[in-house]
Design a protein around this ligand. Structure first.
Ligand code: NAD
Ligand code: IPM
Ligand code: MN
Length: 354
């Protein structure tokens, strides 16, 4: 097949994991006979430095012409002054909104090869396989806000409409039907009006899915249940902010934040694929970044936007095999274990694919 992928390396470790992931894309193209074209554009801090805008119009145009977007990470201390009006993260929110990517799928599973590295008992994490369905274009991230300016006040608004919750719930319930038929909906309905609308709407959508069990959890309790009974979860649906926080917490179950991929989807096949982690300024430029989150994001791109299931699985299996062989970037190495660089890990993945 012929496909164009818009690549957005961004900041910090973003370019490091992107360049390695494109080696894998190219290997998949050669092996399976696909003609992949990649077009690189600016987003985030580097876009601010070069154009003054975290999401230049040219980037949007290039992405519109592509079949899917592959994004690494944005942000960093250089652009983190709280009084600044322009921030890298604005580019990320804007691109999600521009393409209507309201459903952010974040799968989390445990790897037997990493069980001893996870700071939870092995019997607790066995068989963990969770799919977070995070709302991505609404809620408190996009509600009316007031910056402090010259005053001593600032606010953000959490607003959800029924259609926004409905469309997300349909994504969650349909996903559950292809998995283990359970949806856990996370809210804070005991305090927040927007979250009472959330719960009521989810209950109504659930009526269309009699084969799916629905559980409600308040977000505070959910953080605890994720650590005490992680294998009891199948699909977890949550609003924009709660889904953001819970998925970082759940990354501990997988072994590292560097392991988690995501797919941001809208109505059609088009999507944006990005690891869950950020630009990791503390390890940038040192060859220490774990490339797995980014590689698995590429696998999700192949699966969802290009419908190349076999190719997606080939990447996932190669990663499983490399982990089973004992290769570890520093974030997933336990005390005394040898570590490899980002490039060495991907070299091993490429060898498995060859
Ligand atoms: P972070 O995810 O960048 O890093 C948190 C911790 O996890 C750090 O110790 C980091 O070294 C580690 N880590 C993250 N990814 C890793 C990887 N691939 N391999 C090994 N270790 C990894 O979060 P932060 O430090 O809170 O944020 C840094 C910047 O990234 C901020 O500007 C933030 O806004 C931005 N951010 C961007 C995205 C995105 O682009 N999607 C996501 C989250 C945070
Ligand atoms: C993520 C990040 C972003 C978010 C930030 C950088 C805007 O944390 O993709 O998880 O909060 O959505
Ligand atoms: Mn996040």
């Amino acid at each position: 097949m012929k496909a164009t992928i818009a690549t957005l390396p961004g900041d910090g470790i973003g370019p490091e994991v992107m360049v390695e992931t494109l080696r894998v894309l190219s290997a998949i193209g050669s092996k399976y006979g696909h003609d992949f074209t990649t077009t690189e554009s600016l987003i985030g801090g580097i876009a601010i430095d070069e154009t003054g805008n975290p999401l230049p119009d040219e980037t949007i145009k290039t992405c519109e012409e592509a079949d899917a977007i592959l994004l690494a990470a944005v942000g960093g201390p250089k652009w983190s002054d709280p009084t600044s009006d322009v921030r890298p993260e604005q580019g990320l929110l804007k691109i999600r909104q521009h393409f209507g990517l309201f459903a952010n799928l974040r799968p989390v599973k445990t790897y037997p090869a990493l069980a001893s590295h996870v700071p939870l008992r092995a019997d607790l994490i066995e068989g963990v396989d969770i799919l977070f369905v995070r709302e991505l274009t609404g809620g408190i991230y996009f509600g009316q806000r007031k910056e402090m300016g010259d005053s001593d006040e600032a606010y953000d608004t959490m607003l959800y409409s029924r259609p926004e919750v409905e469309r997300l719930a349909h994504v969650a319930f349909r996903a559950a039907q292809g998995r283990r038929n359970k949806v856990t909906s996370v809210d804070k309905a005991n305090v927040l009006a927007s979250m009472r609308l959330w719960r009521k709407t989810v209950v109504q959508v659930a009526e269309d899915y009699e084969d799916v069990e629905l559980e409600h959890l308040l977000v505070d309790a959910c953080t605890m249940h994720l650590l005490t009974r992680p294998s009891s979860f199948d699909v977890i649906m949550a609003g924009n902010m709660f889904g953001d926080i819970l998925s970082d917490e759940a990354s501990v179950l997988a072994g590292s934040l560097g392991m988690l991929p995501s797919a941001s989807l809208g109505a059609g096949r088009f999507g944006m694929y990005e690891p869950v982690h950020g630009s990791a300024p503390d390890i940038a430029g040192q060859g220490k970044a774990n490339p797995i989150g980014m590689l698995l994001s590429l696998a999700m791109l192949l699966r969802y936007s290009l419908e190349l299931e076999e190719e997606a699985r080939a990447i996932e299996t190669a990663i499983d095999d490399v982990l089973a062989d004992g290769l570890r970037t520093p974030d997933i190495a336990s005390k005394g274990e040898a570590v490899c660089s980002t490039t060495e890990f991907v070299d091993a993945v490429l060898a498995k694919l060859a």
